[in-house]
Design a protein around this ligand. Structure first.
Ligand SMILES: [Zn+2]
Length: 495
């Protein structure tokens, strides 16, 4: 009896608290919130991250197919086409440069097989013939007395003072090693730099190889073909044995080849209800591409990119769908940018060939990876100086969080000193550089980032739902605000 009474009392208390809370939050509840459903998000994540799209690699037929699939979802919910020629699409070309397989490298007459014996870290031509000097372990170098002018300098990499706790060690590690020793050797006039791998270099080798073979990508016509550069090479750790020998000469003949690939932005719009404000847009941004088919990890070779970035695409679709059903005053432009993973190619293209005037874009809500990690935490990039483009916009997002999901927000990843440079790695960047108030929603990195295990099964759907609600709540404030979010005084991105 007693027990039951206590339970009844507790339930009664809980019930009244819940009812009050519900009444309170319902008054702040934008109408379209109820249209955002976990089952829809889940169904669409499974469909777009399906293995038959082969990882939607940028510039491949798979990216184009998935883009057409996404445009069909936009059509289904009545989002109007806003790309070129009355379609949902804006096609563009990207250029790829890579080291040609007719390049050659030899040291002391020993021919080195490209990629398996030697990694070439720059995508630039070079013709070098230079004597090799071996300096031993990197920490023993005295840069003050060093004279390496015209020499091919070999150094054994040591991990001391190198932050290995970064994503993508395959290329970030190389960058950190360059910062620590490599650039100094180049400044001193080295004719080439030869790094001899430590154990971390060896571990990263297969992944580094894959990326370095791929080469570099850029918007067509955006930059001239790469000019000659001093070669920076990596050898396996056993090279420290044979490279010590006196009198060795490095001969390197590096040549480039170039290709052009098509990619596409997917663009749709939802009209606002106000005759004047509907000429302004909130931009909802994602990217369709992932990493295609690559090295096998955990018995899978399809890099599905479910978190990166299908999670965001379906969240933005759901937001646009809610705004279609319950329009706000301003209009919304949904832009899913092609070839993000190859260097923000689609967003760079769209901001230089916008299908609505740039001046009509009042804010950009971009997202990258919003469906993983702890259920109660997230990050909002562009919320702190010097990345904060608009306090008005940040305030709207913060209020939306307080009224809705109440995530604990990370404050470290938005800092310019953060090793990952996360703020600079997604599609809001070209907009922010043009002084359009911009934010990036993310639930940050995880061990499945850029692996085949970033798949639909590993998404936390409850969390994705809450992130989507947060984005929609922010969008609802932006489209209905009396004044568009003001740009921060003197805002200018430095990097
Ligand atoms: Zn991404």
């Amino acid at each position: 009896m007693k027990m039951i009474w206590i339970v009844a009392f507790v339930l009664g208390t809980l019930f009244s608290v819940t009812t009050q809370a519900q009444t309170k939050s319902r008054s702040k509840q934008p109408a379209g919130l109820q249209t955002i459903k976990l089952e829809d998000l889940k169904k669409e994540v499974y469909a777009m991250a399906d293995p038959h799209f082969n990882g939607r690699g940028a510039g491949t037929i798979d990216e184009l197919k998935a883009s057409v699939w996404f445009a069909e979802r936009m059509r289904e919910v009545g989002i109007a086409p806003a790309g070129d020629d009355g379609t949902y699409f804006q096609f563009f070309s990207m250029q790829r440069h890579r080291i040609s397989s007719s390049s050659s490298i030899s040291i002391g007459g020993r021919n080195l097989k490209l990629w398996s014996d030697v990694l070439i870290t720059q995508v630039a031509p070079a013709q070098v013939s230079a004597p090799v000097v071996y300096l031993g372990d990197a920490y023993k170098i005295d840069f003050n007395t060093l004279n390496v002018q015209g020499k091919a300098v070999a150094v054994k990499v040591v991990p001391d003072g190198i932050n290995r706790n970064v994503s993508l060690p395959e290329w970030r590690y190389n960058r950190l090693v360059m910062n620590k020793y490599g650039n100094e050797l180049l400044n001193k006039g080295a004719a080439a730099v030869i790094f001899i791998s430590d154990e971390y270099g060896e571990q990263a080798w297969p992944y580094a190889m894959e990326n370095l073979i791929l080469g570099s990508f850029a918007n067509e016509g955006a930059n001239l073909p790469p000019t000659p550069k001093t070669p920076v090479l990596w050898l396996h750790s056993n090279a420290s044995q044979w490279i010590k020998k006196e009198g060795l000469v490095l001969n390197a003949s590096l040549m480039l080849e170039s290709f052009t690939y098509p990619s596409v932005n997917i663009i749709g719009k939802v009209e606002g209800s106000d005759p004047i404000l509907s000429k302004e847009y909130i931009v909802l941004s994602g990217h369709p591409d992932a990493h295609g088919i690559r090295n096998v990890i955990g018995n899978d070779s399809v890099y599905h990119g479910a978190d990166d970035n299908v999670s965001v695409n379906v969240a933005m679709l759901a937001t646009a769908r809610a705004l279609k059903k319950y329009p706000g005053k301003r209009s919304a432009l949904l832009v899913i940018h092609g070839a993000e993973e190859r260097g923000l190619i689609g967003s760079r293209y769209f901001t230089s060939h916008p299908t609505v005037p740039l001046s009509s874009m009042v804010a950009v809500l971009n997202g990258d990876m919003i469906g993983r990690n702890h259920p109660d935490s997230a990050a909002l990039l562009g919320s702190q100086a010097p990345h904060r483009s608009s306090s008005d916009l940040v305030n709207m997002a913060m209020e939306a969080n307080a009224e809705g999901p109440q995530f604990k927000l990370d404050t470290l990843w938005d800092k310019p000193t953060h090793v990952e440079g996360w703020f600079f790695r997604s599609d809001h960047l070209p907009y922010a550089r043009l002084n359009i108030p911009s934010l990036m929603y993310t639930t940050l990195l995880h061990p499945d980032y850029h692996t085949p295990q970033d798949n639909a099964q590993n998404i936390e759907y409850e969390k994705l739902l809450k992130m989507t609600q947060w984005i929609y709540r922010t969008a609802w404030k932006v489209v209905n605000a009396d004044r568009r979010p003001a740009l921060e005084p003197n805002f200018k991105l430095e990097r």
